[in-house]
Design a protein around this ligand. Structure first.
Ligand SMILES: Cc1cc2nc3c(=O)[nH]c(=O)nc-3n(C[C@H](O)[C@H](O)[C@H](O)COP(=O)(O)OP(=O)(O)OC[C@H]3O[C@@H](n4cnc5c(N)ncnc54)[C@H](O)[C@@H]3O)c2cc1C
Length: 390
């Protein structure tokens, strides 16, 4: 006999877990399928930026290993760096096995059913019912939420149009003696110029450092070599224990639509990561909640849910991703313009991006008015006196 639910969520990352939490609280019968044994490691810097923390309606303090109120942006090989501080954490550091499991446990406590070591395999449609084949057998639901990450099998099986750009990223978990780790305490460090179209980062955790690198260009072959240079730069090459991981980040969303045949796409499966930083947790949380809210407000009616989810994405998430893409083009497609702008206006640019990460401004705020963007890139003596818009 197959198991039957209102909604089956595939994937227990932030997008899937938060959606399940919201659905369960509204009394919707929801099950989460997760192919891994839980809690599971996830290749990620584990940096939860301020705007993502604001999007979590659940108390996650117990899984935050360290708060960074300071961010530092280094321009490699120039010795120049910029520092920003905020009273609230700019980035809160976690390990994703713990963070995701905390969200999922809250969903479970609210009534969501969790099937771990259960892989989604295929999907078929029968009237207003979706049949889901899994490694545990067949299940049925009225809707399926594809929250199965960047390589989404659900999206492939449903035949969703793609058009995403998936870029490569590496994450090294570096264990080192406490006295050396202390040098990184409380600071989220970012390094530009270490490769032409990307950046590297060093995020301090309780007992180790998460060091990563990403390229905004597909098929970047140099990442493994460049991260070794970065380890040298940070003085970490000789440490005893380094775990190596790599995955992809979608820095451009699918062409859409984001719902087809009672299947909704959220998070990385939809391609909702920040095009400037590759940070994906805030948009995973926002899209997961938006999909859940559309299912609830649409009373599980296909047309109503479709209309609500499409409108919700079009009104908030997509315009922010579009504005981010414009900013990203300036940052990555024109390395010389970037160096020029940073050397002249580095502090203002860093303050602006810090505001976006902290959730006090948006990319739309920075790019909507052309004069704001121009003033970010133009030296003060050229700007008109009295222009304080950025
Ligand atoms: C190297 C690297 C560093 C990053 N650093 C950061 C960072 O510091 N901060 C940040 O905000 N973002 C970061 N990101 C991006 C972030 O990890 C993702 O954007 C985010 O995890 C997306 O969440 P999600 O819920 O959509 O998918 P995921 O977190 O990928 O979750 C998908 C889940 O689905 C499960 N699954 C997959 N297939 C199936 C299947 N067939 N059946 C059942 N279950 C399945 C997976 O096991 C997984 O648990 C980083 C990414 C990379 C690659």
């Amino acid at each position: 006999m197959s198991l039957t639910y209102d909604v089956i969520v595939v994937g227990s990352g932030p997008a899937g877990s938060i959606a399940a939490w919201r659905l369960a609280r509204a009394g919707v019968q929801v099950a989460v399928l997760e192919k891994a044994a839980l809690p599971r490691y996830k290749t990620c810097g584990g940096g939860i930026v301020g705007r993502a923390i604001q999007a979590v309606p659940i108390d996650v303090r117990s899984v935050i290993e360290q708060d960074c109120h300071t961010a530092q942006l280094h321009l490699s090989s120039t010795g120049v760096f910029f520092t920003t501080h905020r009273p609230s954490p700019i980035v809160s550091m976690t390990m994703r096995d713990q963070f995701d499991y905390a969200l999922l446990s809250s969903a479970q406590a609210g009534g969501a059913v969790v099937h771990q070591r259960c892989s989604f395999e295929d999907v078929s449609y029968h009237g207003d019912c979706v049949r889901v084949s899994t490694s545990m057998g067949e299940m049925k639901a009225r809707f399926v939420l594809a929250a199965d990450g960047a390589l989404s099998r659900v999206a492939r099986k449903v035949g969703m149009a793609d058009g995403r750009i998936l870029v490569p990223a590496l994450e090294y978990e570096v264990t080192m003696p406490q006295d050396r780790l202390d040098r990184f305490h409380g600071v989220a460090r970012f390094d530009f110029g270490i490769l032409p179209h990307g950046y590297a980062w060093a995020f301090p955790k309780r007992q180790h450092l998460s060091i990563g690198i990403l390229s905004m260009v597909e098929r970047e072959g140099e990442l493994k070599r460049t991260i070794l240079t970065y380890l040298d730069l940070l003085g970490c090459r000789d440490v005893a224990q380094i775990e190596h991981h790599g995955f992809v980040i979608p820095i451009r969303p699918r062409t859409g639509p984001f719902m087809k045949h009672r299947v909704l796409l959220v998070g990385d499966a939809a391609g909702f990561a920040d095009p400037v930083t590759g940070e994906g947790i805030s948009f995973a949380l926002r899209s997961g909640q938006s999909a859940a809210q559309s299912l609830i407000e649409g009373n599980l009616d296909e047309q109503a849910v479709h209309a609500k989810y499409t409108r919700s994405l079009a009104e908030s998430l997509m315009p922010e991703l579009r504005a981010g893409r414009l900013f990203a083009r300036l940052l990555y497609d024109f390395p010389r313009l970037r160096s020029w702008a940073f050397l002249r206006q580095g502090q203002r640019l860093c303050e602006a991006v810090t505001d976006v990460m902290a959730g006090t401004r948006t990319y739309r705020d920075l790019t909507l008015k052309p004069q704001t963007l121009i003033s970010l890139l133009t030296p003060p003596w050229i700007r008109k006196a009295g222009d304080r818009s950025a």
